[in-house]
Design a protein around this ligand. Structure first.
Ligand code: PLP
Length: 350
């Protein structure tokens, strides 16, 4: 693998940081509508939330558009749960391989590897988009799944929607393609497109979404995958979906998904924070990768562990990685106050 993350042995208590810019969370959430739903749901905690879960799936189906039915949706406590479950079911016999980009978000790949899958890592292109031709060439008779994270993490980069649609449409005839769209709702520009429409054409894609990012509910834990009903049957024969989500979180998600004002505000403030950061990185001559997400990554010259430790000592949480022979800082978009704290610290360290 070409990517390696840095860690220090004694990280501080993240809840005490001045600027929590390490986990790509939404600093504005949860929306007021979701907070009210949480309060209202407390006394319902003695019941299962079956009816409310089915109502939430109804709202998701409406959002996802034509051709998507409740049978296309599997819910989970965050999309992590579904990334892991798909990896477990696909690779539980310990055979086969998974094709993904390197770097990419490693949760699904790591679980697959742990149960015995071989990882076929395909380096990203020089613009940090997926090398779709090389990924297609990497598929062989033992490939059970292709994983694509778009926009990608930790790079924040996009793979153009039109090319990805074409790739998924064609290649999913051979092997299922898992497309992780955790950040897609934050992406802007003509290259950004969901792969969910392929399900209406009966293509074997699995699209993951989360309430953790644009909906501001990382700690409330709700996510889902949209996939062909036959594919979901295969997963749900072995492991159930929605049973892991609390009543409270179901109702909070149901409020958030309809709170278009909160989602629009999040997007606007995220764009403003990024513009502020870009302007300051430009000033300091840092060459960042243009981001379609709520985080930005850029190369640094300092040792990754030292940089992490120094930022922590200033009350700032970020992440550092080695990718393709460079050391990088990944910083999440916080409030404007948090971004100012980060920029000032970066100036002091530069
Ligand atoms: N996919 C990507 C690309 C992510 O970056 C994350 C979290 O940061 C997740 C999935 C998992 O998020 P959650 O389990 O909160 O839905």
């Amino acid at each position: 693998p070409l990517m390696r993350e840095h860690f220090i042995s004694n990280p501080p208590d993240v809840t005490k940081l001045k600027a929590r810019l390490n986990a790509n969370e939404n600093p504005y959430g949860p929306p007021a509508s979701a907070k009210q739903a949480v309060v209202d749901s407390v006394s319902l905690g003695n019941r299962y939330a079956w009816k409310e879960l089915s109502d939430l799936i109804g709202k998701i189906v409406k959002k996802e558009g034509p051709g998507i039915t409740p049978n296309h949706i599997m819910m989970g406590p965050g999309s992590s749960d579904l990334l892991e479950k798909v990896a477990l079911v696909e690779f539980m016999n310990g055979k086969g391989n998974i094709v993904s980009a390197d770097p990419c978000y490693m949760s699904l790949v790591n679980v697959a590897k742990t149960v015995g899958a071989k990882w076929k890592a395909v380096p990203c292109k020089s613009d940090w988009s997926h090398d779709l031709a090389a990924m297609e060439a990497a598929i062989d008779a033992d490939t059970k799944l292709v994983y694509i994270c778009n926009p990608n993490n930790p790079t924040g980069s996009i793979t153009a929607g039109k090319e990805l649609l074409d790739f998924c449409s064609r290649v999913s005839e051979k092997v299922p393609i898992f497309v992780d769209e955790a950040y897609l709702e934050l992406a802007e520009g003509s290259d950004t497109q969901s792969m969910v429409s392929l399900l209406a054409q009966n293509k074997n894609v699995i699209v993951a979404r989360t309430f953790s990012k644009i909906m501001g509910m990382a700690g409330l834990r709700v996510g889902y995958i949209a996939a062909l009903p036959a594919y979901l049957n295969k997963i749900q024969n072995i492991t159930r979906g929605g049973m892991g989500i609390s009543y409270t979180s179901v109702l909070a998600a149901s409020a958030s998904i309809e709170d278009m004002e909160f989602q629009a505000t999040t997007k606007k403030l995220n764009t403003e924070a990024k513009a502020y950061l870009y302007a300051n990185l430009d000033k300091m001559n840092y060459k960042y990768i243009p981001s379609y997400t709520n985080f930005v990554i850029f190369p640094i010259t300092m040792d990754g562990k030292d940089f992490l430790a120094k930022m922590y000592s200033k009350g700032i949480g970020i992440r550092t990685f080695d990718i393709q022979k460079k050391t990088w800082c990944r910083v999440s978009m916080g409030t404007m106050d948090e971004m100012k704290i980060f920029v000032k610290a970066l100036e002091e360290l530069s």
